[in-house]
Design a binder for this molecule. Structure first.
Ligand SMILES: Cc1ncc(COP(=O)(O)O)c(C=O)c1O
Length: 462
């Protein structure tokens, strides 16, 4: 029974829940990397994506300018998410929607848009941007043919980056208390990176803004060479990359562009879901895969914020479907874990041989010889504090034999990264293909094993 409406905590309509998405720390995926990693989880928006932010902004601008009148139709070329953002606002405001979508987009997105009452026209993906069959050209034609209609025009509408300048950027600044060194974000229309990047750089020009581009897109190359590669390649990740320059993309706010392959994108999206519990789409995987390629530049106290554009529910029939992943060559047969590779090592080398900081160089050299190994983790209270390498110790002893009775802590190198026993083997390979020659394995919060480059190569060779 209502006696005081002001005591009820509610939104006037669902659009009131837009934005203010949470910032979440990454824990497992970034273990062993320097710095602090947070993700901005845009699936918390009412339509499940970052694009909800621009749908409302674009519609209200057209209303203010009198271009959109009651009973009007909103037309848009979309990879799905912008369409949904527009469809939600249009449902509340009573507009009709017509969307054109390239045929590579998931069936879930088409069904979702139709669920909101939108008309969806599917166009071919593998045609040049300027072709009359492309999704952008078909959308323009529909506007010409439909009275009282507007093109939302996300690729040129300044309201697209402006929405992110007004919301996404300030939210990130506030959520980090201004402590942000890197902002990483995929580039589709470029609206998110341009708007949020501009805001963040105005607050602190030292913040590095890093764009992620899928392999097969031409944006990264254009960023560095100012030339477009005429070869048209298709890729499977949805929502990011272009073979032309959208008007909403301002490269001036971007410091670097990093490439992510389809396989990396899908593998990382699945890892975000399975290891961090954050259910995301493929372009979120691209953002994290690209961010970690860039992570070499991070210092211990640096903060990186990575934007995750949408929810995984939209891709259940694709990247979350093992058959689809296998057919497209994105899944290793039967998901190989570290445990599987460790167990395939000969029994004698399955246990972890380690030393503590006060073990003498003499005793460490003896262990190398006895176990026929070349590196030893230095462990204190079940925590790895360093590594000793046989060659390094031997060179030091040859230079000065009194070192034989010194503790290894005086000669140790940085510790190896630690990863979980049930992590996918790709996680170990990520480290091993860079500077680390081995990774330590943890099971039930105990260090239990070591996996070297040699172990993995031997496994792969088999
Ligand atoms: C799934 C997904 N990721 C990323 C983006 C890229 O965002 P922006 O267009 O702001 O560059 C989009 C845009 O459509 C998208 O749908």
């Amino acid at each position: 029974m209502l006696s005081d409406l002001s005591k009820i905590k509610y939104h006037e309509n669902i659009l009131g829940t837009l934005g203010n998405t949470p910032l979440v720390k990454l824990n497992k995926i970034t273990r062993g990397y320097k710095g602090h990693y947070f993700v901005k989880v845009e699936s918390f928006n009412p339509g499940g994506s970052v694009k909800d932010r621009i749908g409302l902004e674009i519609i209200e601008d057209a209303e203010r300018e009198g271009r959109l009148r009651p009973g009007g139709t909103i037309v848009e070329a979309t990879s799905g998410n912008t369409g949904l953002g527009i469809a939600i606002a249009a449902a509340i405001k009573g507009y009709k929607c017509v969307f054109t979508l390239p045929d590579k987009m998931s069936q879930e997105k088409i069904l979702l848009l139709r669920a909101f009452g939108a008309e969806v026209i599917v166009t071919p993906t593998a045609v040049p941007h300027e072709s009359p069959e492309s999704y952008t050209e078909v959308a323009k034609r529909i506007v010409r043919e439909t009275p009282n209609s507007i093109l939302a025009n996300q690729y040129f509408n300044p309201k697209n980056p402006e929405a992110h300048y007004k919301t996404t950027g300030p939210e990130i600044w506030e959520q980090t208390g201004g402590q942000i060194d890197y902002f990483v974000c995929g580039v589709g229309t470029g609206g998110t990176i341009t708007g949020a990047g501009k805001y963040l750089k105005e607050k602190n020009p030292n913040i590095k803004v890093v764009g992620i581009d899928p392999r097969g897109s031409a944006l990264r190359e254009y960023f560095y060479t100012k030339k477009f590669n005429p070869v048209l390649k298709t890729y499977k990740v949805e929502g990011i990359g272009q073979d032309w320059l959208p008007g909403t993309l301002n490269f001036d706010v971007i410091d670097d562009m990093v490439e992510a392959t389809d396989k990396e994108s899908f593998v990382f999206a699945r890892r975000l879901t399975r290891e961090e519990g954050i259910f995301v789409g493929g372009s979120a995987g691209s953002a994290v895969a690209g961010a970690l390629k860039y992570a070499d530049r991070m210092q211990e106290n640096d903060v990186m914020v990575i934007l995750l554009p949408d929810t995984g529910e939209r891709y259940l029939s694709k990247l979350y479907n093992d058959d689809w992943m296998r057919e497209n060559g994105f899944l290793m047969p039967d998901r190989i874990t570290v445990r599987f590779v460790i167990q395939s090592k000969p029994r004698t080398v399955q246990t972890l041989v380690a030393v503590d900081q006060n073990t003498t160089v003499r005793d460490a050299l003896d262990l190398f010889k006895r176990h026929d190994i070349s590196q030893l983790p230095v462990i204190e209270k079940n925590r790895t504090v360093g590594t000793v390498i046989d060659n390094e110790l031997m060179s030091a002893v040859l230079e000065n034999s009194t070192i034989l009775d010194k503790p290894v802590k005086e000669l140790m190198e940085p510790a190896f990264p630690v990863i979980g026993m049930d992590s996918p083997i790709e996680h170990a390979i990520d480290f091993l293909k860079k500077k680390d020659s081995a990774v330590l394995i943890e099971d039930n919060h105990k260090l239990v094993g070591i996996l070297t480059r040699y172990d993995v190569i031997e496994y792969l060779a088999r």
